[in-house]
Design a protein around this ligand. Structure first.
Ligand code: AP5
Ligand code: MG
Length: 188
């Protein structure tokens, strides 16, 4: 049996993490762990956590680190993620979350999917999710710069970071992502 592949995808809101996460999970047979998707599912199911999360999400604010760390630790413990590996999309988003993740699982590669701010604003406006209001989009992008961008240095210093150009068609971006993952994860 091959070794699990453990990946993190970072990138601005609207850079295509979710779009590519679905494709890569299929291509490598790994779990696509999207914290945003998990929170939206909890909101739709009406769980207490989901209803509380909705208040943060509608404002474009981050949920507290300890809540997110609990959600992710539980998910990574499930069989699919622990056996085959995972692609984390939307976590970690703060240095605190990244430090907590280090105690949950080793990582093979952290990808920064790079798309300019003006372009992600256009993409999100076209998508129309409930938290894609101009105010919430601006708030999310500001928080990205303040809280998540420092992770590029955090993982860069560990030699785990690769930047991938996220501008192009979905197929072109997928090809670039697969090339860096294959280079980092040669079957032995
Ligand atoms: P989350 O769901 O993660 O939202 P986000 O960070 O705002 O990121 P998006 O999902 O908007 O962007 P994406 O990169 O996935 O882009 P997508 O593929 O959709 O989080 C939502 C909220 O949950 C947060 O605001 C927070 O409140 C909370 N939360 C989640 N995780 C948390 C954490 N760890 N800590 C604290 N709080 C947390 O693409 C965008 C659009 O572009 C789509 O319409 C797509 O079709 C299009 N597109 C994609 N690729 C291309 C391409 N190559 N060319 C043209 N269009 C493209
Ligand atoms: Mg997403």
């Amino acid at each position: 049996m091959s070794e699990p592949i453990r990946l993190v995808i970072l990138g601005r809101q609207g850079s295509g993490k979710g779009t590519q996460g679905v494709r890569l999970a299929e291509a490598y047979d790994i779990a696509h762990v999207s914290t945003g998707d998990m929170l939206r599912a909890a909101t739709a199911a009406g769980t207490p956590m989901g209803l509380e999360a909705k208040v943060f999400m509608d404002r474009g604010d981050l949920l507290p680190d300890d809540v997110m760390q609990g959600v992710v630790a539980e998910r990574l413990d499930q069989d699919d993620a622990s056996t085959n590996g995972f692609l984390l999309d939307g976590f970690p988003r703060t240095v605190g979350q990244a430090k907590a993740l280090a105690d949950m699982a080793p990582l093979d590669l952290v990808i920064d999917l790079d798309v300019p701010r003006e372009m992600v604003i256009e993409r999100m406006a076209a998508r129309g999710r409930v938290d894609d209001t101009p105010e919430a989009i601006a708030r999310r992008l500001d928080l990205y710069d303040e809280q998540t961008r420092p992770l590029l240095d955090f993982y860069g210093d560990q030699g785990l970071l690769v930047t991938v150009d996220g501008v192009g068609t979905e197929d072109e971006v997928e090809g670039r992502l697969r090339a860096v993952i294959d280079a980092a994860h040669q079957p032995s």
